[in-house]
Design a protein around this ligand. Structure first.
Ligand code: MN
Length: 270
């Protein structure tokens, strides 16, 4: 595997650990990154709590969210969220879907999420998507390609979409930008809820939003925040080992083949 791809997959795991450590992700939610050289593919963990994911757990999917190579891994049922957004938005290279308890009150009340200080200006306009509008009663999971495509249509040219009674999906042109937007989107939601208790919510003007956002998505800001969050991940003892990650990726296919018989034996025992 080329070094730049190994580096990107390591960064995907770091982004996931950051978002778990920041309590954006819990047992559920997921993060993905588009293949740097093949825009028709993306990487995402196999089905598990995102914080547990290692590079060896990543699967490569096409934009119909089907595995590029046969795999015995169970996959996230909501992976179409990622595939359909990558399909609709060539400029998007990273996606996070989460159910943060900071944004959920907005998903429940329908109250508009607006940037209330300068750093979250990167969330921009945040539209609402209600799965029930187009699909009626469902189990609330976005599992059909047409459901993912509908969500991507509502996202439109924006970067964050709130999903009624469900959660949020956030996009970015890079993993670091997406991570910045995801964390500050949640912090904004928490602060806006607190400000609402004061009775009045002030928010950025459209001009302030544009200028602040342009400033914050630049690498000096996203890298500064990234390095800060990485320090917290290190303190929590959650930082994935870099060299080990590279070896694990190289041997992922072999490891999967070896694990398969063990899995079948355990099934027989049950
Ligand atoms: Mn979900």
């Amino acid at each position: 595997m080329a070094d730049d791809l190994a580096e990107l997959l390591h960064e995907l795991i770091v982004a996931t650990r950051i978002l778990a450590n920041q309590k954006v992700l819990d047992a559920f939610g997921h993060v993905s990154v588009r293949h740097p050289r093949d825009p028709g593919r993306y990487f995402i963990s196999r089905h598990q709590a995102p914080e547990l994911a290692e590079v060896a757990d990543l699967v490569e999917l096409d934009l119909d969210s089907q595995p590029v190579r046969p795999t015995e891994f169970r996959l996230y049922s909501e992976r179409v969220i990622h595939g359909e957004i990558y399909k609709a938005r060539p400029d998007v290279h990273a996606v996070c879907h989460h159910h943060s308890h900071d944004v959920l009150p907005f998903c429940v009340s329908g109250r508009e999420l607006v940037p209330v200080f300068h750093l979250p200006a990167v969330i921009g306009h945040v539209p609402f998507w209600d799965q029930h509008d187009e699909f009626g009663d469902t189990n609330m999971l976005v599992v059909k390609p047409e459901e993912g495509a509908s969500l991507a249509r509502t996202l439109g040219k924006n970067w964050m979409v709130l999903m009624r009674r469900h959660g949020a999906t956030v996009a970015g042109t890079s993993l670091r930008e997406m991570t910045f937007r995801t964390v500050y989107g949640c912090e904004n939601a928490a602060l806006q809820s607190k400000a609402m208790a004061h009775g009045h919510v002030d928010h950025l003007s459209p001009g302030e939003m544009k200028l602040s956002s342009e400033h914050s998505v630049r690498p000096p800001s996203t890298n500064r925040a990234w390095n800060y969050w990485v320090r917290h991940v290190e303190r929590a003892g959650l930082m994935p080992a870099k060299a080990g990650a590279r070896r694990a990726t190289a041997s992922a296919t072999r490891a999967k083949t070896k694990r398969a018989p063990a899995k079948r034996r355990s099934t027989t025992r049950r």
